[in-house]
Design a protein. Structure first.
Length: 115
């Protein structure tokens, strides 16, 4: 299993970013996918979950209404569209897949929201 995130960077408050996670090594279309984030000095936090076909999604209260998770099974990729970004969204964002009773993580992509 390999997960590789991209799309992070520096953005001003109120701005937007779109993260991508390219997956390989497993049958992507048959697994739920998740985005987590971890800010310095804090525990890793579940941000969003999407089912196998993209029909069911869930979000943490802190991002609900601002972030959208989606997937393209033809490209083995999951996305996180982040709008109305706030300084408290600053974190390393990780893609996650739970495959064969194991959690797999990408290396993460840094998101910094600052003016």
């Amino acid at each position: 299993v390999q997960l590789v995130e991209s799309g992070g960077g520096l953005v001003q408050p109120g701005g937007s970013l779109r993260l991508s996670c390219a997956a390989s090594g497993f049958t992507f279309s048959t697994y739920y996918m998740r985005w987590y984030r971890q800010a310095p000095g804090t525990e890793r936090e579940l941000v969003a979950t999407i089912d196998t076909v993209g029909s069911k999604t869930s979000y943490s209260d802190s991002v609900k209404g601002r972030f959208t998770i989606s997937r393209d099974n033809s490209k083995n990729t999951v996305y996180l569209q982040m709008n109305s970004l706030k300084p408290e969204d600053t974190a390393v964002y990780y893609c996650n897949a739970y495959v064969s009773h194991k959690n797999f993580w990408g290396p993460g992509t840094h998101v910094t929201v600052s003016s």
